[in-house]
Design a protein around this ligand. Structure first.
Ligand SMILES: [Zn+2]
Length: 282
């Protein structure tokens, strides 16, 4: 997998799940993102050269924290990550970073958080402290609660990404270009013009859009006018669409959802009307 680059530390989202069959690969990708978060270069991070990057590489950066299983009384590792570990982390996460602009928590074997720990983590991910980045390393993301997964951008490192139909990728790219402008009317116009009616074509489009959105969250393509928070919002919306499509919700509903919610904001009323009015004009 190619190295991760972000336009700046603040372009990094607040929570990622790094999923790989190899614990080492997930951890090394987490370290890369952590390095980007504490890089002092300011843009095009990580630079690999500044004091922040060097400390991150040496494992001594004061704003990068590792959360692992603790040993029990007989010195064996506990089987789970416990709720008290997550609570301690939540308290610590409220404190501002020492020297970087972001503070990073790498949770190793995150799927070993027990149910209480996951619920505590969920609260934290729902209202994350602004400067914090959570990196959850997992072998099996299915062991995380659905609610936890939906709060994090999923980065799959298995390398065997499904081949996507070029048409869906093109469509997804043009959709994201519209959303990236941050201009709701451009999104409406795009939907009026490109709305699909077939379910499998819509699924392929949503899959492609999810994967491009993930690229955006990992700094592999430009995010335009979208803040990290809005990128995450879009990512979660696309995940919701993908879930709806699994139970055969009709395509029209999916595009209405995208029209109403691709950009967060108060205008939700008569979305379908607006879409159609704009559609008539174009
Ligand atoms: Zn750097």
């Amino acid at each position: 997998m190619e190295p991760i680059r972000f336009s700046s530390p603040s372009a990094i989202g607040h929570a990622y799940i790094l999923s790989s069959p190899s614990r080492e690969d997930a951890l090394s990708k987490a370290r890369e993102i952590a390095s980007a978060a504490v890089c002092l270069n300011g843009h095009d991070v990580p630079c690999g050269k500044c004091r922040g990057c060097r400390k991150a590489a040496a494992g001594v950066h004061p704003d990068i924290f590792m959360l692992r299983r603790l040993p029990d009384k007989s010195g064996n590792l506990r089987r789970e990550l416990t709720v008290s570990q997550i609570r301690d982390l939540s308290v610590d996460a409220q404190v501002l970073p020492n020297e970087a602009v972001r503070k990073v928590y790498i949770i190793e074997e995150a799927e070993l958080m027990n149910l209480n720990a996951q619920n505590a983590a969920l609260k934290l991910f729902e209202e994350p402290p602004p400067s914090v980045v959570f990196l959850l390393c997992v072998c099996n993301p299915d062991l995380l609660l659905e609610t936890v997964r939906s709060r994090c951008a999923m980065l799959s490192l298995s390398g065997d990404t499904e081949q996507q139909a070029p048409d869906s990728v093109k469509l997804a790219d043009s959709f994201l270009s519209a959303v990236r402008t941050g201009d709701r009317r451009k999104v409406y116009r795009w939907i009026a013009k490109n709305e699909l009616s077939k379910l499998d074509a819509t699924s392929a489009f949503i899959d492609a859009a999810l994967s491009r959105c993930c690229d955006m969250l990992c700094g592999r393509c430009s995010a335009g006018a979208l803040s990290a928070e809005n990128q995450m919002h879009l990512y979660r919306l696309l995940q919701r669409c993908s879930d709806h499509l699994k139970v055969n919700v009709n395509a029209k509903h999916i595009f209405s959802l995208l029209a109403a919610d691709a950009l967060p904001g108060p205008i939700r009323r008569s979305i379908a009307d607006t879409v159609h009015k704009i559609g008539e004009k174009t």
